[in-house]
Write a protein that binds this ligand. Sequence first.
Ligand code: PAF
Length: 284
Amino acid sequence: MNRVNSVKDLRAQVRQWRKAGERVALIPTMGNLHSGHLHLVEQAQAVSDRTVVSIFVNPMQFGAGEDFESYPRTMLSDSEKLESIATDLLFAPSVAEVYPKPQSQQTRIEVPLISDILCGSSRPGHFVGVATVVCKLFNMVLPDVALFGEKDFQQLMVIRRMVEDLCMPVEIIGVPTVREPDGLALSSRNGYLSDEERAMAPALFRILSETADAIQAGSCDFPLLETRANDALQAAGFRPDYFRIRRSDDLVEATAADRNLVILAAAHLGRARLIDNLTVNLSA
Ligand code: PAF
């Protein structure tokens, strides 16, 4: 596996592949790779000739007081993991390479409305940071296809909107969440959990699943289900940020007439802020 840190070297490599008619996939990450990321690489290999993984802890998507400084940076082991599954290229730029100008002078990408709700309301500016860096990475790599985990459901939706609105020639593929055997969604932030918190953490997925089962069984008083789920999260030791039942195509509040729903949750457990979601299709 080749590793490059500059946009110039990245482009030189990708240009060669494109000349040879090869299809290039990008998996943007912030590193601290787990099996969920490696699954994205495998999915990318199935739909492309070449896979590029970027590792960049993006300062623009972290708010004041969030974990930018302490976010785990594990380049050596990440690089070994990517090598072991035959990734073609690791792009690991510095902050100065991605943002040569001060943040205040950086052009930004704002995807309105869906960036301001749910995680966007608890983390103001987060999705501007995500959309801006993903746009820059797309322009640097010029991939044919890019893959993202569905665990970050709202992020995936923001990226799909950006690509559609700005006519970016990139196919976006969402890949189902990889879970631990007890249901906990894989996340780099699971590493923040103590042993005791790790034992409590699967309650998030359990409560999402119970809510999904209740909806499948005919419950459509969504505010009541949300309140019950919040209470259950608290009883399980979490500090809930939100627990919402939304339409899965636009994240607007769901009504009893809607068939395609997504239940989204974010909750703090110790130092970790965990997010997860489950889609519910009622048309079957
Ligand atoms: O999901 C992530 O790891 C990040 O938000 C992303 C998409 C790599 C942008 O920094």
